[in-house]
Design a binder for this molecule. Structure first.
Ligand code: AGP
Length: 613
């Protein structure tokens, strides 16, 4: 999705904007540009392609000034090209705009503006914004007044930042619906704007976040926020606990690799402060949950997309087995159009790393309208999904930059494990000793995670044998079926190999026809109550000439006689085993993608946060 960076202050805006855009590269884009007010004149540099093209352009034709905005574009209306890249400037040359989102009524607005004499120079919907601003400023409105009137005419979800050479002391930013965030970074004599925290984390950790239909006027010394109806708003100032280092790659080759190896610490941070291991109790204060409300709940509905959806499938088992509460799990894009049967006897739990996934946010709004209690499990501090929920549980994984989600997946499972224990505690719905046992099991989890990652070289060696296959099948049962789905997604989204996750019991109902020497099968066959079933699955695949990679429990020699390759994981309490079993699959996918020369952190066609449908 698109990235936005803005600056106003005593320093040169150009390097701050360019570095901010680099921090947003992981979001996926196909063109980039910036506009700076230089000697009272708006200068624009923009081009299709990667940021290096823009940096080269700026080096050849330098611009500098104390006010500027930048943008990385993910093409929706109009192909990636220099003329369609943002920022967009109007006919007067006095107003410039960058924009995330889709203006659903842009054709109607464009026709209206052209009839008034506006000349469009791009194929984008964004350009209608700058012509609307010029219309209202020509009628004598200030930039702020013109912005309020212009933005109120836009249908759909938008994030917009604009400035004018006529009012060189301010930026205007606006958020409508869910088209990615608008964060305002507070500095001393300078202010920052970004669509995502990492872009400005080098300069400040104090930020405010715009809600939908809010607009900010930002000067070097401060900001005011109002609704599009002109009502003043006092937003919360968030202290972002992430440091710039944690948002950088460090000694790793890719962000994904770094984030895989951060999981022992991430899981530790997720648990820390929420579990009293002396009293064997869990505390989740941000959930704002009372025993009465907990006892009144008849069902939990989990809604999420992609990897977060697979995490929710694991969560269903955790909450049903530990808290004894029925759980449904929905894909966000299905839930929002299904007119689901939900009411105030239920809690809807949205799981979203970015907190900005448009389908998940829409599902939250649907749940809110139907009266359900609204929870979220989120990683991005201050994101929409964190702010609109009645209660939330932060993943506390630190910034996840790689498009392929890894530490967010494992920490969101731990969060659901904590939620399951907390619900059981408040409802009294689990035998106290059993519950104490579940809580005690958490103590060893970070070490178990670290012990699996120590085998990275094995996974790298295996990747060297498998990276040229064109198709893979991942099989799992019960709590490991979602891990098969997640393992397959990791492989397909970064290596572009076709990989399918399947419930192992379904093999005979079709997929077994696929098995031959060209179809590696990864079977999750750890020692649990379905081990024997998985063992026979391995034998069936072998009998048909398949290549079998078994994920097995340390000490299991039997499986080594059946499978071609075995990846061993340590004995783990069953309900926590998905956190362990996914790790070799993350690293296998990573090393296969690296062997194939794929762009691991920015896979083609993908973005870190899907903020448009
Ligand atoms: C996972 O590796 C993908 N990047 C994608 O499926 C992602 O999990 C999905 O888009 C949901 O994102 P969210 O957790 O930020 O809502």
């Amino acid at each position: 999705m698109c990235g936005i960076v803005g600056y106003i202050g005593y320093r040169d805006a150009t390097p701050i904007i360019l570095n901010g855009l680099k921090r947003l590269e992981y979001r996926g884009y196909d063109s980039a540009g910036l506009a700076v007010l230089q000697n009272s004149h708006i200068e624009i540099r923009r081009d299709a392609g990667k940021l290096e093209n823009l940096e080269r352009l700026v080096a050849e034709q330098p611009i500098s000034g104390h006010l500027g905005i930048g943008h990385t574009r993910w093409a929706t209306h109009g192909p990636p090209s220099q003329k369609n890249a943002h920022p967009h400037i109007g006919m007067t040359g006095e107003v410039v705009v960058v924009h995330n989102g889709i203006i659903e009524n842009f054709l109607e607005l464009k026709a209206e503006l052209q009839a008034e004499g506006a000349r469009f120079t791009s194929d984008t919907d964004t350009e209608t914004i700058v012509h609307l601003l010029e219309r209202f400023m020509a009628a004598g409105r200030s930039l702020e007044e013109a912005a309020r009137e212009a933005f109120s005419q836009l249908k759909g979800a938008q994030a917009i930042v604009t400035f004018s050479s006529r009012e060189p002391d301010r930026l205007i930013a606006c958020r409508i619906g869910n088209a990615g965030g608008v964060a305002i970074g507070l500095g001393d004599g300078e202010m920052f704007i970004a669509s995502d925290i990492p872009a400005i984390l080098d300069h400040t950790r104090e930020m405010v976040f715009l809600e939908s239909r809010q607009m900010a006027t930002i000067t070097a010394d401060g900001y005011t926020v109002q609704t599009l109806d002109g009502e003043p708003v006092t937003p919360t100032v968030h202290a972002i606990p992430w440091d710039p280092v944690s948002a950088a790659k460090g000694e790793y080759k890719h962000f994904m690799q770094k984030e895989i190896f951060e999981q022992p610490r991430a899981v530790t941070d997720t648990i820390r402060g929420r579990v009293d291991f002396d009293r064997q109790e869990v505390h989740l204060p941000d959930l704002n949950l009372t025993p009465e409300i907990a006892r009144s709940l008849e069902r939990v509905i989990i809604v999420a997309c992609g990897t977060s959806y697979y995490s929710g499938l694991v969560g269903k088992t955790l909450i049903e087995r530990i808290a004894r509460v029925p759980v449904e799990v929905w894909i966000g894009s299905e839930f929002r159009y299904a007119d689901p049967l939900i009411d105030d006897s239920m809690a809807v739990l949205a799981i979203t790393q970015s907190g900005e996934t448009v389908d998940t946010l829409a599902a939250m709004e649907e749940a809110r309208e139907k009266g359900a209690l609204l929870w979220s499990i989120v990683n991005a501090i201050g994101s929409q999904a964190m702010r609109i929920a009645d209660g939330y549980i932060s993943m506390l994984a630190g910034p996840e930059i790689g498009v392929a989600s890894t530490k967010a997946f494992t920490t969101s499972i731990v969060d659901q494990y904590l939620l399951a224990c907390y619900l059981a505690q408040l409802r009294g719905s689990q035998d106290r000793e059993k519950l104490k046992g579940h809580i005690a099991d958490l103590a060893r989890l970070p070490d178990l995670v670290g012990s699996v990652l120590d085998h990275d070289e094995e996974y790298q060696a295996l990747a060297g044998k498998l990276y040229q296959y064109a198709n893979f099948l991942y099989l799992g049962r019960d709590i490991n079926y979602p891990i098969a789905l997640e393992g397959a997604l990791k492989l397909k989204e970064i290596s572009y190999i076709h990989a399918e996750g399947y419930p192992a019991g379904e093999m005979k109902h079709g997929p077994i026809a696929l098995i031959d020497e060209n179809m590696p099968v990864l079977a999750i066959a750890v020692r649990d109550h379905v081990y024997d079933k998985m063992l026979s699955q391995v034998e069936q695949a072998k009998a048909r000439g398949g290549i079998v990679i078994a994920l097995a429990t340390e000490g299991d020699d039997l499986i080594a006689e059946k499978a071609d390759y075995v990846l061993y994981v340590p004995e783990t309490p069953w309900l926590l085993s998905p956190v362990i079993n996914v790790l070799p699959l993350q690293l296998l996918a990573y090393h296969i993608a690296v062997r194939r020369g794929a762009d691991v952190d920015q896979p083609r066609n993908l973005a870190k946060s899907v903020t448009v449908e």
